[in-house]
Structures are given as structure tokens and as C-alpha cells.
Design a protein around this ligand. Sequence first.
Ligand code: C2G
Length: 130
Amino acid sequence: MTTVITFGTFDVFHIGHLNILERARALGDKLIVGVSSDALNMRKKGRWPIYRENDRVQIIAGLKCVDEVFLEESLEEKMTYIRQHKAAILVMGDDWQGRFDGCSALCEVVYLERTPSISTTSIIEVVKYL
Ligand code: C2G
């Protein structure tokens, strides 16, 4: 049984989010997703997410490719989460390239290419000016 773990805010869920989750799941037998808490997103990006954390958790938990979801409270706790969930592979989008290489002491670290031309920020900008 190969457990894969990945992390993200997944605010205003879009096709780039689904693509990375499906590709992450295909690397193993079980996919666990750490959804960034509202407070973590505020610290990370300087704004509150559009969707509150409980809704984001529920959306991710409802996906066919996801087996388990938990709230990620800190960026620096990756090693703890990997240990807790006995993950064999950590998947991150390549916007985080190199950033979590330290985790390779515990598991394989894989950076997957982002889906081009879509992001939560660009969706917010488009909606704002409609
Ligand atoms: N993503 C993607 N293609 C896009 C947009 C996002 O593959 N066009 C991926 C990101 O690379 C990330 C995941 O979707 O792996 C979630 O994206 P975000 O919600 O933007 O995640 P982020 O806020 O970067 O959180 O601990 C790490 C962080 O929690 C990652």
C-alpha cells in the first residue's frame, strides 16, 4: 500500500486542482490531502480565502481520487504530517520546486507540473471586473 500526501489551499476549486490531485493519486494506492487552514492561508498569501476552510475540506473530501483529508495548520510541519500519515510520497506543484526537498529524508518528494493558464488569483481578477 503506497500512501501519497499532498497539500494546498484549493480555494475556488478549479481544473488545475483536480488535475494535480488525480495525478498524485495515480502515483500510489491512497491519497491524503492537507488543506491549508484559513489562518495559514492568511499568513502565506496575506488574504483570507474566498471559501472557508470547512467548505474547502468538504469539497476535497468529496472527490473520487481523495481518500482522506485533514487541516494543514503550518507550512513547517510537513515532516510531522508525513510521519503521522505514513506517507511514502509527497507531491507538490512545481511552484514549490525545491522547497520541500528536506522531506526526502522521510519519503520520496515529487513536484508535478502545474496546469497552465489557470489559478485562483486569475479567477478572482476576472470575476472582479465582470
Ligand atoms: N495547482 C496546479 N495548477 C494550477 C494551480 C494550482 O497544479 N494551475 C496546484 C498547486 O501547485 C498546488 C495545488 O494545486 O500543488 C493547490 O494549489 P494552491 O491551493 O494554490 O496551493 P498553495 O496555496 O500553494 O498551498 O503546504 C503547501 C501549501 O499548502 C500549498
